[in-house]
Write a protein that binds this ligand. Structure first.
Ligand code: NAI
Ligand code: AKG
Length: 381
């Protein structure tokens, strides 16, 4: 008995479990041969197996990587619920510099860790990773989505993501200015990567004015060149200036946590609609935006296009179906705006309430036993 007591008190500090208390499973992946250091987080599998992209970033600490993956995977649970796909919330992060540390072997090692989860987690691209990286991971596991069609995937998921952002902007423009047209308005785009560059091009073609920023000078030059070709102009500004330019809509397409005490006070825009995951540093920053008269489009509603495509891929890819489900982002966002106004709550509260109710409804349905041999989503196992 004394021994038991000693053992229990030695186990002591439960800080790690406190950090991951909302999550079902967190896997630390370490492969010294390739230098792989990754974390896979599974938040909630009420709706189905976890699905979410894998981000690669030179996090300054394991804590920073853990914080990111926990927030991102939770966001995926809500995104799946909002987009009505039968998957759960998961995400992965690889600690490393995407410009220097990528090797085929590193992604194969990552694929082996994904495989070890035996269909509980499906993954693909996110910030810092590309479909080509996952062609290597695909050699080790079938639980990979979003690679090119020639490898059996559905192709670049940033295409529907960008389209979803455009639908989000249209719904927002209609709500604020009575017309969903993109032209005649100015947009401040942060990040011209896979998603941001596609959103920027569509806006330019629609005749909009753009302010842009990116830490990658080449991305700015490429967009400037494209703008020249169609007789449009873009104004490149610094990373700090993007928050205070006199645009109508801020379109964050890079990092999370960029809506915080420091930035919200600088914003001159009337709305925020973008693809970046976890744009609000804290949920109360949505209220802060609202107090300033800025309409916030919940990120996980707007940026669900990629998820819709990769989820669809696991049933058998169908571009028509993906487009139709992505178009629903427009109506979902309109419903969220209306509900927030009716209930005098923030747009994030309205969106979260809707998703949480869907999870409750589905968990009731899950308790009904049937003899189905396998869930309909395990097409590829
Ligand atoms: N690719 C997709 O289908 C989806 C992406 N997202 C989210 O959208 C955001 C962008 O994703 P991708 O375009 O795929 O990533 P990406 O890695 O292709 O592009 C990100 C861009 O942001 C730039 N950037 C990084 N830090 C910056 C900073 N401090 N200031 C300005 N620019 C900065 C990078 O140089 C890069 O050009 C991420 O938050 C991602 O999680 C969300 C849903 C789906
Ligand atoms: O877009 C993808 O490839 C997967 C979905 C995802 O990770 C996301 O929506 O953040």
């Amino acid at each position: 008995m004394t021994n038991m007591k000693t053992l229990t008190s030695e186990v002591g500090g439960m800080e790690m479990f406190e950090k991951i208390q909302q999550h079902q499973q967190v896997v630390f992946c370490n492969d010294p041969d390739t230098g792989l250091k990754a974390i896979i987080a599974i938040h909630n599998t009420t709706l189905g197996p976890a699905l979410g992209g894998c981000r690669m970033q030179p996090y300054h600490s394991v804590d920073a990587a853990l914080y990111d993956v926990l927030r991102l995977s939770k966001g995926m649970t809500y995104k799946c619920a909002a987009a009505d796909v039968d998957f759960g919330g998961g995400k992965a992060v690889i600690i490393g510099d995407p410009r220097k540390d990528k090797t085929p072997e590193l992604f194969r090692a990552f694929g082996q860790f994904v495989e070890s989860l035996n269909g509980r987690f499906y993954t693909g691209t996110d910030m810092g990773t590309s479909p080509e990286d996952f062609v290597h991971a695909l050699k080790e596991t079938n639980c990979i989505v979003g690679v090119d069609e020639v490898y059996g995937g559905s192709g670049d998921s940033s295409v529907p993501t960008a389209q979803g952002v455009i639908y989000g902007i249209e719904a927002t423009n209609l709500t604020l200015w009575g017309s969903k047209h993109l032209f005649g308005k100015s947009y401040a785009i942060q990040g011209l990567g896979k998603v941001g560059s596609k959103v920027a091009e569509q806006l330019l073609h629609a005749g909009a004015d753009l302010y842009v920023t990116d830490i990658n000078e080449e991305a700015i030059q490429q967009l400037t060149q494209k703008a020249k070709e169609i007789g449009a102009t873009v104004k490149a500004v610094s990373g700090e200036e993007i928050y205070s330019v006199p645009a109508d809509v801020f379109v964050p397409c890079a990092l999370g946590g960029i809506l915080n005490d420091h930035t919200v006070e600088q914003l001159k825009v009337k709305a925020v609609v973008g693809s970046a995951n976890n744009q609000l540093l804290e949920n109360h920053h949505c209220a802060l935006l609202q107090e300033k008269g800025i309409l916030y489009a919940p990120d996980y509603i707007v940026n669900a296009g990629g998820l819709i495509q990769v989820a669809d891929e696991l049933y058998e890819p169908n571009k028509e179906r993906v487009l139709r489900k992505t178009m629903a982002i427009y109506n979902t966002l309109m419903d969220v705006y209306k509900e927030a106004e009716k209930m005098t709550i923030t747009t994030v509260e309205a969106a979260n309430n809707f998703c949480e109710q869907r999870l409750v409804d589905r968990s009731r349905r899950n308790s009904f036993f049937t003899h189905a041999k396998r869930p309909k989503w395990s097409v590829r196992i």
